[in-house]
Design a protein around this ligand. Structure first.
Ligand code: TXA
Ligand code: MG
Length: 356
């Protein structure tokens, strides 16, 4: 099915058996230097030919992305790593064997063929091989590595359905491939393999516990668990410097022991309601009934962090649609995917965090 919004074409594709005709339309646009939003297993990405500087500039323009924030290069064949990088440490092969295709992005020294616009001026390049069938087919068919940040306006929550992409980017890009909701829901984990021990720059769909099993010692960059803005002069991952994942509503994150968190969320929500503000609460199934008189949305069961990751960005956008002005979010343990979800919620709150 084809449609169009503000000049941006939208084509529906089957997520498990992508129609080759539609993939070719998209690949042709990419080969000619255009922009295509497409689903990956994590979030929707906004793709352009990673080796064509003018094409990559279009991504920065469409997203209003600061030019020093580098873009991940997506490949469909592990061999491509050699072309894109200056050197591949031995440990990297172990990583790609275990985690690719999948939600893991690896930072390595860049080769000369990677344009500096793509790397935001850095001498390193971030590479990922996604597992989503549509992403895989699109990259293979276009025959070039695809630069793709998340397909949202800079600073907004990442898109997990095509409607989010339309909301942010219709009229700014050539095409959107709509294959329904993405499965992981948070972005890939970014690991810097130019450092020893390797450093996780952004927690994501591949957990640090899994990575440790393969790599042994790894470090978490301080920004991963930061509870306040950290001043980074020369950020190793420039994305760290900017406010992120933010809905229009103000977000307040409450962290601590469960019962105390619920009481605190109620208390602060009541104060805002007295001030006449419209309040939303981001919680879990188990705690939903503790709240009333407000818009309550659940991430799923507290024991199912996969569901929470899949739902978090979508729910933040839904609160905006409901006209909520203040979102109170409950914290969760930073185990497994909890580390990535808490990282996103802290950033979305602009570090307005209440500890109980
Ligand atoms: O799951 C994902 O990673 C999605 C899908 C579309 O693949 N992409 C994504 O891209 O989240 P983006 O641009 O929204 O986030 C990429 C992050 C940014 O924080 C950026 O600063 C960092 O990766 N990054 C990119 N290249 C880097 C490099 N050479 N060195 C350090 N960090 C880098
Ligand atoms: Mg992003």
């Amino acid at each position: 099915m084809h449609s169009e919004v503000k000049g941006t074409r939208i084509i529906r594709v089957n997520p498990s058996k992508p129609e080759i005709k539609s993939i070719r339309v998209a690949a042709d646009i990419l080969k000619k230097g255009g922009t295509v939003a497409f689903p990956t297993e994590t979030v929707y990405g906004l793709g352009a030919d990673a080796l064509n500087p003018e094409a990559v500039m279009k991504i920065f323009k469409a997203k209003e992305r600061p030019p020093d924030n580098p873009i991940i290069v997506h490949i469909s064949c592990k061999e491509d790593v050699k072309r894109l990088t200056a050197e591949v440490p031995e440990k990297v092969t172990k990583l790609t064997e275990r985690f690719w295709p999948g939600p893991l992005t690896i930072v390595l020294k860049a080769s000369k063929i990677v344009p500096r616009v793509t790397t935001g001026g850095l001498d390193t390049v971030a590479i990922r091989m996604p597992s989503h069938k549509v992403a895989f087919a699109l990259i293979s068919e276009s025959g070039v590595p695809i630069a793709a940040p998340s397909a949202n306006l800079a600073g907004r929550p990442s898109p997990t359905i095509a409607e989010h992409v339309i909301e942010d980017l219709a009229g700014r890009i050539d095409l959107i491939l709509d294959a329904g909701p993405t499965s992981v829901g948070v972005e890939s984990t970014v690991i810097d393999m130019t450092m020893n021990p390797p450093v996780i720059l952004r927690p994501g769909g591949t957990t640090s516990e899994e990575l440790r099993k393969v790599l042994g010692r790894i470090r978490l960059h301080p920004s991963v668990r930061a509870r306040r803005e950290i001043k980074i002069e020369r950020a190793p991952s420039p994305g760290m410097k900017y406010r992120h994942y933010a809905p229009k509503a103000e977000v307040i994150l409450v962290e601590g022991e469960l019962d105390a968190v619920i009481r605190k969320v109620q208390e602060i929500a009541d104060e805002y309601i007295r001030e006449g503000k419209s309040v939303g609460i981001l919680t879990f199934d188990e705690n939903k009934s503790a709240y009333n008189q407000v818009v309550v949305k659940s991430l799923g069961s507290r024991v199912d962090l996969k569901a929470a990751a899949k739902n978090v960005f979508s729910l933040l956008r839904e609160f905006d649609r409901d006209g909520v002005e203040v979102i109170m979010a409950e914290g969760m343990p930073e185990r497994g995917l909890g580390l990535a979800i808490m990282n996103r919620l802290r950033k979305a709150s602009g570090y307005r965090i209440v500890k109980t």
